[in-house]
Design a protein around this ligand. Sequence first.
Ligand code: CDP
Ligand code: CDP
Length: 222
Amino acid sequence: MRRKISIAIDGPASAGKSTVAKLLAQKLNYIYVDTGAMYRVLTYAVLKAQLDPGDENKILSLLKKMTISFTSEDLSQQRVWMNGEDVTEEIRADVVTNNVSEVSAHKKIREEMVARQQAMGADGGVVMDGRDIGTAVMPKAELKIFLVASVEERARRRYEENISKGMTVDFETLKREIAERDYKDSHRKNSPLVQAADAVKIDTTGMTIEEVVSEIEKIIEI
Ligand code: CDP
Ligand code: CDP
């Protein structure tokens, strides 16, 4: 059997990271770690506790007391848990999306999250997606992928995703929110979103999910 490796997938919002990472993990029989969901859980808790998203120390003490876990028997149905409470749907709310970049910009928060993520991936056989996986969480990952797509295309994907869930959304608002989050994630001081020097960049504009997965599989075969 092929040796189990670690795969890091990074990129901006709606580049297809989690969809592609899940499919890849399923095909390879690897575990999948959605690090964005972890920052979303924390942001959800911050808002619920009515903490200021800028208050690093209070957020850190909240995080230290919190368990964040995934149930991963069937990755397409993966659930996200906070202290044993299922928060899978809650963490996708707009109010969470619009505050997550501020909460995740704090140095001490990132240190704690990175330590947890490294422990989850310690045995290899992992596909992990986020913003700093190839640069900070798994700098020695055997394979690093940096997924990008035009902001138009990413907004269209989010738009279609929302429509399919019966939600009404304004395309231009979505586009603006995605661009704003990209800006914040790429310009923060602590491990900003940046392509690792040894990452393979794939521009997924105009590509289907299956095409992206098969391109990555080809890279793994080499
Ligand atoms: O909405 P999308 O799926 O693109 O984002 P996500 O992967 O759920 O991540 C939500 C947010 O968490 C990002 O916009 C970042 O601010 C933060 N994040 C991070 O700082 N580092 C990571 N490794 C993953 C996510
Ligand atoms: O995790 P990230 O925010 O990077 O993106 P995602 O949640 O995996 O993908 C956002 C949406 O784009 C999902 O509805 C995917 O099905 C869709 N998508 C697509 O249509 N074509 C791709 N090549 C990748 C994703």
